[in-house]
Design a binder for this molecule. Structure first.
Ligand code: HEC
Ligand code: HEC
Length: 208
């Protein structure tokens, strides 16, 4: 359904992007996002394919365990580019790397559009024990992730991710872990220490 509608639309669109580059797939996703009929069809297809994901990320994209990230309300372009990173090996996780390699390009777009439109449901997280995390967030992190932690087309949403996932991920960045090779975050937090990352993780986990 999405393919047919998209094909029809592309006939009237002046550019033809090189097939299957990440940029061209993101352009294709943007075309779908700007057309309500295409978007509805993509979300429906994505919901069907998401049956592979719900065991861990939840039916509505709210993770079942605190070491697993929420996909609900995450920016679609970030979700999509992370599949590319898992598939190419730039980012590594046993399950995700296998899954990403087995999803078609259309699946990856449709699933990203499906989860990005679901709502994050807040659940209890460890609370910050001091104001250090908030101060650090408002002096450094907000520049890219936004004041509220919602990110943008270029940057991931981090508000409301589970504390365990945030802390674990920040420690991977701090330790230059090959599971998240070449992430720009490594440069950003190079001079921070574990205590600061712990405080900021608790602050971000409780952002609504
Ligand atoms: C067995 C559990 C499991 C299943 C099933 C699973 N995931 Fe994951 N997923 C994870 C874990 C754990 C991570 C975090 C990996 C890490 O720490 O880097 C993750 C990370 C991700 C990320 C990166 C999110 C971020 O915030 O960086 C995306 C996107 C994702 N999964 C999408 C999917 C999709 C789509 C499916 C179904 C096709 C799926 N996952 C199935 C466990 C799972
Ligand atoms: C210069 C821009 C920039 C700044 C400043 C920045 N980030 Fe990031 N952040 C990014 C980018 C880009 C990514 C996606 C990284 C990737 O794909 O590996 C990211 C990813 C993350 C992730 C992983 C998200 C996920 O779902 O896996 C966390 C957590 C995070 N940032 C927290 C922070 C915190 C906390 C701060 C402040 C101490 C911060 N960031 C400052 C650009 C930035």
């Amino acid at each position: 359904m999405v393919k047919k509608l998209l094909l029809a639309l592309c006939l009237f669109t002046p550019f033809v992007a090189a097939a299957d580059s990440v940029e061209s797939m993101l352009q294709e996703m943007a075309i779908i996002e700007n057309n309500s009929a295409l978007l509805a069809a993509a979300r429906k297809d994505g919901e069907e394919r998401a049956s592979l994901c719900v065991h861990c990320h939840g039916e509505d994209g709210n993770a079942k365990r605190d070491y697993i990230p929420n996909l609900a309300s995450q920016n679609a372009s970030y979700l999509f580019t992370q599949f590319e990173h898992f598939a190419s090996g730039a980012r590594k996780n046993y399950v995700m790397s296998k899954l990403a390699g087995n999803l078609t390009k259309d699946d990856r777009i449709n699933i990203a559009l499906f989860f990005s439109r679901m709502d994050v449901k807040p659940r209890p997280q460890p609370v910050a024990t001091n104001a250090g995390g908030e101060a650090l967030y408002n002096s450094v992190c907000f520049v890219c992730h936004g004041k509220e932690g919602y990110g943008s087309q270029q940057y991931p949403r981090i508000a409301g991710q589970p504390y365990d996932y945030l802390k674990d991920t920040l420690m991977k960045f701090l330790n230059n872990d090959p599971e998240r090779q070449n992430s720009p975050m490594m440069g950003v937090i190079r001079s921070m220490n574990e205590k600061q990352l712990d405080d900021v993780a608790a602050y971000v986990a409780n952002l609504p």
